[in-house]
Ligand binder design. Structure first.
Ligand SMILES: [Zn+2]
Length: 413
């Protein structure tokens, strides 16, 4: 089918129902629309694993104790040639989820020691927690990676799929993470003081160069006097707003953001090693923000550096991630896919994700013009990526876009 060899669709576990007959019917509906890949959400935003986990039984979703959804889905998909990528929500967890309940110390903390649950977003208490990707031992290595590994070992699907593999973005992107572990680890990682001479300032002998910052290579002690007695908020402020040289440029944010990028990178690497150790041919895909240079700064997600730990890049080129009118969205989408092809050069494949609901900003109450869906699919196809992924099966039905997609996919063949 034209350029769009992969035509994928994200869906919630609930969309698939609770019986084999349900699953068969939902899968057949998606096949009929022209999809050849399904990405079911099997580790959800409340922190529940949609299978009966043996490594972390308390993470198991109660609805799937007696119904092996991943197994049934795999079997039903195989019958009709549908491929499966199991979609995991990585660092975003429910406040009442088992991970946070049993290990509150694994959550991200702001400079005041609060979790993201207490943030206010659009007038409402946020109520969900983000878990710290950097802490070891912590959520990444004690909880999330074991779940990935168990899933990969038990269910030989084509791929597992990362989502929320990052720091929070719509919530104060500069405020996390200052958990106890990160407060210790950032200065240690950045070598803000020597382990051997903890209190030696190691000032430059001469300061004979034209710029203060030109005297950086002897690695002077960066931590200020009294550091050990400083509160969490004071330390956080220094780590984000302080300077490598007292009185110099306030450049420590460079190290803070780099630490976050490396924490995410370490997780994708360790996750890939764990998955591939039990399923050597399994692929790993992921949904990422549209510009890895920007998302490296704001949410620690510089996905240009993910290969070879991630094989398939699926940027979420949703309309709400772009400014302007619908026409401007199409033009910016074309421009962005051109850039993404360069940024994603290290991946095996680039699939472009788009969301249904955000297309209808101008028609919040309908009717919903299906020409918008056809225009988006055509724009993506003309940019010649390796595939397309639609968010999501539920919205295709809610907005009545099934026929538009079927025709678009058929026309692209
Ligand atoms: Zn942390």
């Amino acid at each position: 089918m034209g350029n769009l060899r992969t035509r994928g669709v994200w869906c919630g576990a609930g969309f698939l129902g609770r019986s084999r007959a349900d699953v068969r019917e939902r899968v057949s509906r998606l096949v009929d629309l022209g999809f050849n890949l399904i990405l079911p959400n099997l580790k959800d935003g409340l922190g529940r694993a949609c299978w009966r986990s043996e490594v972390i039984p308390e993470a198991s979703h109660e609805a799937y104790q007696d119904f092996d959804l991943p197994l049934v889905l795999m079997e039903e998909c195989e019958r009709v040639g549908m491929r499966v990528h199991a979609w995991f929500i990585d660092f975003f967890e429910g406040e009442n989820g088992a991970a946070f309940r049993t290990h509150p110390e694994w959550a991200m903390r702001d400079p005041h020691g609060r979790t993201t649950a207490d943030e206010t977003l659009r007038g409402k208490r946020f109520g969900c927690v983000w878990m710290c990707p950097a802490q070891r031992p912590g959520y990444a290595d004690q909880w999330l990676i074991p779940l990935y590994q168990e899933f990969a070992k038990r269910y030989p699907v084509e791929a597992v799929h990362h989502d929320y593999v990052r720091y929070p973005g719509d919530l104060a992107p500069d405020q996390y993470c200052f958990c106890d572990s990160c407060l210790e680890e950032i200065p240690r990682w950045a070598v803000y003081a020597s382990e051997t001479y903890r209190n030696e300032r190691f000032e430059h002998e001469l300061y004979d160069r034209p710029y203060l910052e030109a005297h950086w290579e002897p690695s002077p002690r960066v931590l200020p006097e009294g550091w050990q007695k400083w509160s969490r908020a004071e330390r956080a402020r220094f780590l984000l707003e302080g300077g490598f040289f007292a009185g110099g440029r306030r450049d420590l944010d460079y190290f803070f953001y780099t630490f976050r990028v490396e924490a995410i990178l370490r997780f994708v690497r360790e996750c890939a090693e764990a998955v591939r150790s039990v399923a050597s041919t399994m692929k790993i895909s992921g949904a990422f923000f549209k510009n890895p240079i920007h998302s490296g700064r704001f949410i620690g997600q510089d996905w240009r550096r993910f290969p070879p730990h991630v094989d398939i890049c699926a940027p979420m080129d949703y309309r709400d991630h772009f400014p302007g009118t619908f026409e401007q969205y199409l033009a910016l989408l074309r421009e962005t896919i051109g850039l993404q092809k360069r940024w994603a050069a290290g991946f095996e494949q680039l699939w472009i994700g788009f969301a249904i609901n955000f297309l209808f900003k101008e028609e919040p109450n309908g009717p919903y013009p299906d020409s918008k869906v056809r225009d988006v699919v055509r724009t993506i196809e003309e940019s010649q990526p390796d595939g397309i992924v639609v968010f999501c099966a539920e919205q295709i039905e809610e907005y009545g876009m099934g026929e538009a997609l079927r025709r678009s996919f058929r026309d692209s063949s």
